[in-house]
Design a protein around this ligand. Structure first.
Ligand SMILES: [Zn+2]
Ligand SMILES: [Zn+2]
Length: 234
């Protein structure tokens, strides 16, 4: 199955140009079997009324999942946390549940170590979103389960080679996502997953343990689209 492990919808992510139904339709149209909804989650979102924000965040996922069911596209729940200590650091959480979000209302204000620990205590995993974008380095690999090759055209490069090396050296999963915001005709790139991944928990377990990462990479620099299969864990 081909999944986009990183996408946004305008109901929550203000920078996204398209509502959930169009995002789902586009993924279906361009050959994806599923997407993980990883809407932005920032400290400023929870400052005023965290309960309200979290319920809206959950509602957006439920609307997307139901619409996905109606057109035959799997939609799983995830989150993209912008950490409050550095707005350029984005960390993707896979394995997210409604209970998890309702229990931990302070995710953006945690350190990377704390976030990693909270994830692991709750069956979630933490993946560094789009490292090297705008000069960012990879975050502390001791507190990561994976690093993401990101195929969004505005990033200029996808850094697949560099990230493959980092994943191998540190026994991390390599994931691929589009970071699709509805700002191009279609999403590019994704991750091939086994057919038996059905739930958020299945996906988190797969990212935590899989030895081989199978990606569909779209390099925005060369416009090349290719399959990449790498063993990153022994
Ligand atoms: Zn991001
Ligand atoms: Zn994103």
């Amino acid at each position: 199955m081909l999944f986009d492990l990183h996408c946004h919808t305008s109901g929550i992510s203000r920078c996204c140009r398209l509502p959930y139904n169009v995002i789902v339709d586009k993924a279906k149209e361009y050959g994806y079997d599923g997407i993980v909804l990883t809407n932005h989650y920032l400290a400023c979102d929870i400052e005023k009324d965290s309960d309200k924000f979290i319920e809206n965040y959950i509602k957006e996922y439920e609307l997307s999942r139901k619409y996905g069911e109606s057109v035959g596209l799997k939609v799983l729940f995830g989150a993209e946390i912008t950490v409050s200590y550095n707005e350029a650091v984005h960390l993707l959480i896979y394995g997210v549940t409604k209970d998890f979000l309702r229990k931990y209302k302070n995710l953006p204000n945690l350190s990377q170590k704390e976030l990693y620990e909270v994830c692991h205590e709750n069956g979630c995993v933490l993946v560094n979103a789009h490292p090297f974008r705008y000069g960012m380095t990879v975050q502390d690999v001791r507190y990561l389960d994976g690093v993401e090759v990101n195929c969004h055209f505005i990033y200029g490069k996808c850094y697949a080679k560099e990230l493959t090396r980092i994943a191998k050296e540190n026994s991390l999963a390599l994931t691929c996502g589009c970071d699709y915001h509805g700002d191009s005709d279609k999403p590019f790139g994704g991750t091939y997953l086994p057919d038996d991944i059905v739930t958020e928990s299945d996906l988190a377990n797969y990212i935590a343990k899989s030895k081989i990462s199978n990606l569909k990479v779209h390099d925005p620099e060369t416009k090349e689209i290719y399959d990449l299969s790498v063993q990153t864990r022994n």
